[in-house]
Design a binder for this molecule. Structure first.
Ligand code: FAD
Length: 312
């Protein structure tokens, strides 16, 4: 078994992956973290974070990610850029397939997070990246004095709509219900913001334009009336879907495709753990992702120690 590459492979470099990497490498497990983009995950596209403990004045997403990455690397965590395309997890030595090579390890922590869900309306695919976005931090500055549509009613939709108003002169927040789901403090700020107009009981039904978004059509679910709004762009925040394209069928998932894991973050397969937004969990936040990851790394450490003793 000397030719096993690593004790542990962590898939994903968001808050969950970086925390799992920190704990595992500090526990002296030979650990590699695979991230397809830059480390940071969804936090990289988050303007301002006010609910992560330790920063009473708040912190920008990119700054928080830099600190997390630097802290994990202090303990010699190896971070490699690559995309995991498939895995073989049933044996005691797991194999993880990247774009250009295969890695073997005794344990795997899946921390591949989640991506924004689509609405599935006409025009959405055509104009994605050409006036449609899910990242206010990335794209809001393009809409100085513009008119924007935003879709959603949860924390992210309201927080990010507030951010849009730093640039846009008007934001139509389209929400399918007659009240927001966002936490109370965010709702208060949205209601007090003169640039945000909430279109209640409404859904976005189509997006039109020539080369870029020019118009959205909004349907009122109570009256069935459709109204066209001239806009410069459209931001969509209607939930997330797990990044699990590479997952073998042998790993149990819930109806939404999120990975089932127990209190120790153990999945349905021994030696395979899940942490963060990719997991079946009631709350998807940085604090919950890093909590999962600390447990997953500790469970992986115990599992790998026992396996190595057995194999010795
Ligand atoms: C706009 C926005 C604002 C938010 N604001 C807040 C906030 O204020 N406070 C808060 O607590 N939470 C906030 N959240 C939620 C928070 O960002 C997430 O809960 C958290 O990032 C989850 O961390 P994670 O590590 O589980 O997943 P992610 O952050 O999604 O990271 C997963 C990583 O895995 C990588 N990956 C995926 N598939 C592969 C693959 N096949 N191979 C290699 N790498 C892969 C991805 O590239 C990504 O970097 C916000 C989210 C968004 C989108």
């Amino acid at each position: 078994m000397n030719d096993v590459d690593f004790d542990l492979v962590v898939i994903g470099g968001g808050p969950a992956g970086l925390t799992a990497g920190l704990y595992a490498s500090r526990a002296r497990l030979k650990t590699i973290l695979i991230e397809r983009l830059s480390p940071g995950g969804q936090v990289l596209i988050t303007d301002w974070i006010e609910n992560y403990p330790g920063y009473p004045e708040g912190i920008s997403g990119p700054d928080l990610v830099d600190k997390m990455t630097a802290q994990a690397q202090q303990f010699d965590l190896k971070i490699e850029t690559g995309e995991v395309s498939s895995m073989a997890l049933s044996d005691r030595v797991k194999t993880i397939q990247l774009d250009s090579k295969t890695i073997s390890a005794y344990g795997v922590i899946i921390a591949s997070g989640a991506s924004p869900k689509k609405l599935g309306v006409p025009g959405e695919d055509t104009f994605f990246g050409r006036g449609i976005s899910s990242c206010a931090t990335c794209d809001a500055p393009f809409y100085k004095d513009g008119i924007l549509a935003a879709v959603g009613g949860g924390d992210t939709a309201v927080q990010e709509s507030l951010y849009l108003t730093k640039f846009a002169k008007k934001v139509y927040l389209i929400h399918r219900r007659d009240q927001l789901r966002a936490e109370a403090v965010l709702q208060e700020r949205a209601f007090a913001n003169g640039k945000i107009e909430i279109l209640w009981d409404s859904v976005l039904s189509r997006i039109d334009g020539l080369s870029n978004v020019e118009e959205v059509t909004v349907k009122n679910l109570k009256t069935e009336a459709e109204t066209a709004y001239t806009v410069d762009g459209c931001f969509i925040w209607v939930g997330t879907q797990p990044n699990t394209e590479f997952l073998p069928d042998s790993v149990s998932i819930d109806d939404g495709g999120f990975i089932n894991a127990d209190a120790k973050m153990q999945t349905s397969l021994p030696g395979v753990f899940a942490a963060g937004d990719v997991r079946n969990t009631p709350l998807r936040q940085i604090a919950t992702a890093i909590g999962d990851a600390a447990i997953a790394a500790s469970s992986a450490e115990h599992y790998i120690d026992a396996l190595k003793s057995e194999l010795a």
